[in-house]
Each structure stands twice: as structure tokens, then as C-alpha cells.
Ligand binder design. Structure first.
Ligand SMILES: NC(=O)c1ccc[n+]([C@@H]2O[C@H](COP(=O)([O-])OP(=O)(O)OC[C@H]3O[C@@H](n4cnc5c(N)ncnc54)[C@H](OP(=O)(O)O)[C@@H]3O)[C@@H](O)[C@H]2O)c1
Length: 243
């Protein structure tokens, strides 16, 4: 087992998903102590028992769960975490005219408000200790417009804005924050949309593997304390794949 993140306490959201699972495995391999969060209890517990992690089951779109998060956190650890990885995300693909306000609010709640609230819960402890690392998993759709992405893009552009303000505010505090920006990743997020059957979407073979995102997260976290990796932009390189 690696020791790069040994004894560091990590909160990771979306650990039951494609990217989150890969991140959890990579950080566990590096020796991190993890609290993994997801909605689905069974896969979350299976992952946690395999990796020796703690679990927190809940809906990040639910205000009550968010309000109770600081209390749940203090039940898990006396102090910490050292690292927060905001990875959970909801995706929707629909033309603007078919995007209802409920969908819009739900995506903003999970993809933008929840990271904001989790950062708010973790930041005071990190500032008091003069160290800590916040990782936000964004998307190419947080930088570039794609048809059908109104709600998703709004949430990810918003998250990038939040991240960029944090970069400025945290400079000189000893804390670091990293924006991870992948293009399409081959995960269950695409299961509802049949990417292999649609000309307007990348095929699964053209997507990144979740492991590529996990490596980027690990890279940012494993840097010496005097190095801040503020953003990592990852794009698929289809011609170079699986040869
Ligand atoms: N896949 C892509 O093409 C792609 C590209 C760029 C960026 N990203 C970003 O990468 C991150 C991970 O996505 P993924 O591809 O791994 O998606 P995924 O396989 O669908 O996993 C999504 C994860 O988010 C969790 N989640 C969703 N809604 C939640 C809620 N209301 N409360 C708590 N947890 C919730 C899910 O938990 P449960 O399963 O337990 O419900 C799951 O663990 C997201 O932020 C996504 O926007 C993905």
C-alpha cells in the first residue's frame, strides 16, 4: 500500500458512481482514511468494507441531510477532514424548453449547493489548522456549451466560479483547492442516454476511463505542500486508446 496520503482524512462524495469508486480505490491505495458518501447504501457499504472506509448515506439534494452534515462529520472524526472531494454529480440531457424548474433546481442543489455547503462545513477546521485541500470535480460542460446541457452546464459553470473565488481567497492560508475538469467519462452516468446509439454523443469507446480522473485527483493531492495544482483539464485522446 502506498503512503503518499497516509493518515490523511478524506471526505469523498459520489463514491458509489463510476468516477467516485475509482477515486476511492486510488486514494485508499495511497493510504488515505476515508468517509465515503452516497445515496445507495448497499454499494456504498460494499465499497467501504473493501477499502476500510467509513460511510455516510444520504441525499446531497436534501437540505436536512446537508444541515446535519457537520454533526455527522464530528461523529466520524475528532478533527478533520484534511481533504474534501466534491465528486457527486447529477447529469441531465434535455433541450432548454424541456428543462423544468424542478430539474434545474435539483441539479443546482446537488452539483453546486451541496459542494458549497460541504466546503463551508470543512473550511473553518482547515483554516484553523493552516492546511487542507478541496477538490471539485467539474466538467468540460463547465467551460464549454453543449446543446441539451442547460441545467448541468449552469451548475458546473457555477461550481467553476466558486472554485476560482476560493483559489483567490485561500492563497497564503496554506490551503489548496483543485478543479478537475474531465471530458466525457465512461460511467453509469450515461446509462440513461445510450451514447453508443446516438450520433450527437461521444461513444463509450471515445470516453475517458474513470481511472484517468482518479489519477488526476491523486496527482493533485500528492504534491508537496508548497505546490498548488489549481486545475487539471483532462480530455480523451481516442486515437491513442486501448492499443
Ligand atoms: N461521466 C461523465 O461523462 C463526466 C464527465 C465530466 C464530469 N463528470 C462529473 O464527474 C462526477 C462523477 O460522475 P460519474 O460519471 O461518476 O457519475 P455516476 O456514475 O452517475 O455517479 C454519480 C455519483 O453521484 C452520486 N449522487 C448523485 N446524486 C446524488 C444525490 N442527490 N445525493 C448524493 N449523491 C448523489 C451518486 O450516488 P448514488 O449512486 O448512490 O445515488 C453517484 O455516486 C460528477 O460530478 C460528474 O458531473 C462526469
Amino acid at each position: 500500500m502506498g503512503a503518499e496520503l497516509s493518515r490523511l482524512k478524506v471526505v469523498l462524495t459520489g463514491a458509489t458512481g463510476g468516477v467516485g469508486r475509482a477515486v476511492a480505490e486510488r486514494l485508499a491505495q495511497a493510504g488515505a482514511e476515508m468517509l465515503v458518501i452516497g445515496r445507495r447504501s448497499e454499494p456504498l457499504k460494499e465499497l467501504a468494507s473493501r477499502l476500510g472506509a467509513r460511510t455516510l448515506v444520504g441525499d446531497l439534494g436534501d437540505r436536512q441531510f446537508i444541515d446535519l452534515f457537520p454533526e455527522r462529520l464530528s461523529e466520524s472524526w475528532d478533527a478533520g477532514p484534511d481533504i474534501l472531494v466534491n465528486n457527486a454529480g447529477l447529469f441531465e440531457l434535455a433541450p432548454f424548453g424541456d428543462t423544468g424548474s424542478e430539474t434545474f433546481e435539483r441539479l443546482l442543489a446537488v452539483n453546486l449547493r451541496a459542494p458549497f455547503e460541504l466546503i463551508r462545513a470543512c473550511l473553518p477546521g482547515m483554516l484553523a489548522r493552516g492546511s487542507g485541500h478541496i477538490v471539485n470535480v467539474g466538467s468540460v460542460a463547465g467551460r464549454k456549451a453543449f446543446p441539451g446541457n442547460a441545467a448541468y452546464s449552469a451548475s458546473k459553470f457555477g461550481l467553476r466560479g466558486l472554485h476560482e473565488v476560493l483559489v483567490e481567497e485561500l492563497r497564503g492560508t496554506g490551503l489548496r483547492t483543485t478543479w478537475i475538469e474531465p471530458s466525457a467519462v465512461d460511467t453509469p452516468m450515461w446509462d440513461r442516454f445510450d451514447p453508443d446509439g446516438r450520433a450527437d454523443l461521444p461513444s463509450r469507446a471515445e470516453m475517458l476511463e474513470p481511472g484517468a480522473v482518479a489519477e488526476a485527483v491523486f496527482f493533485a493531492l500528492a504534491q508537496p505542500e508548497d505546490v498548488a495544482v489549481e486545475e487539471i483539464v483532462i480530455r480523451a485522446n481516442p486515437a491513442g486508446r486501448r492499443i
